[in-house]
Design a protein around this ligand. Structure first.
Ligand code: URA
Length: 229
């Protein structure tokens, strides 16, 4: 018998018109302070990395709260048995390049020796649609829960394409947990409209998109802020 993880996540289902498979972190003052630092355009690259890593760690921990567990008994050093739980399935991470790569370390910190695949999606200049350029995934990915990593969910084009790639490799939709730093209603509606059975863990849902498809208020270009000195 597995214990339904949806009965005990610490995140909350997002309110109102936000799809029911979206979960946000609890809006504590600490979380808001962390987001204020990374949104601030005067924040140094070093601080941007440090504080975005702190939020990513919280998001990964929350993603793990959504994994199913099964009853497990252990013997403690006191000679008494303890009836606890253990994770039911195996996981892996998949980062959407390049920004998603920044989330890999946060996953490795909490899941020792976790396998991590990569997907590169870029806009096809002819069709203007997201196109798969490269993927390297664990060969047994179909039997794992997948934590899909991308910090910014704007229109959702890349994330939707990435889920398509995972499902082509045999990963069931309901075994995909999308981990995201900042999202917006447009991206959530596009992604969850197409894939209502995956789960989205997002740290913050912003107002929307500007004419260049940047998230507003957002934090600008995540990759530039993280990788450009
Ligand atoms: N990617 C980013 O880095 N920032 C946005 O606002 C949207 C997509």
């Amino acid at each position: 018998m597995s214990v339904d993880p949806l009965s005990n996540p610490t995140s909350q289902s997002a309110p109102g018109s936000i799809p029911p498979n979206v979960y946000t972190l609890n809006r504590t003052a600490q979380l808001e302070a962390l987001y204020t630092i990374i949104r601030d355009k005067t924040t140094s690259r070093g601080d941007f990395i440090f504080y975005s890593d702190r939020i990513i760690r919280l998001l990964v921990e929350e993603g793990l709260n959504h994994l199913p567990v099964i009853p497990k008994s252990v013997q403690t050093p006191t000679g008494v048995s303890y009836d606890g739980v253990g994770f039911e399935g195996r996981i892996c991470g998949v980062s959407i390049l390049r920004a998603g790569e920044a989330m890999e370390a946060g996953l490795r910190e909490v899941c020792r020796s976790v396998r991590i695949g990569k997907i590169l999606i870029q806009r096809d200049e002819e069709t203007a649609k997201p196109k798969l350029f490269y993927s390297k995934l664990p060969e047994d990915i179909a039997s794992r829960y997948v934590l899909l990593l991308d910090p910014m969910l704007a229109t959702g084009g890349s994330a939707i394409k990435a889920v398509e790639v995972l499902m082509e490799h045999g990963v069931p939709e309901d075994r995909i947990i999308f981990i995201n730093l900042i999202s917006c209603p447009e991206g959530l509606s596009n992604m969850c409209g197409k894939y209502p059975r995956l789960r989205v863990i997002t740290g913050w849902i912003d107002q929307g998109l500007n004419e260049k498809a940047y998230i507003i208020p957002g934090l600008g270009d995540f990759g530039e802020r993280r990788y450009t000195i």
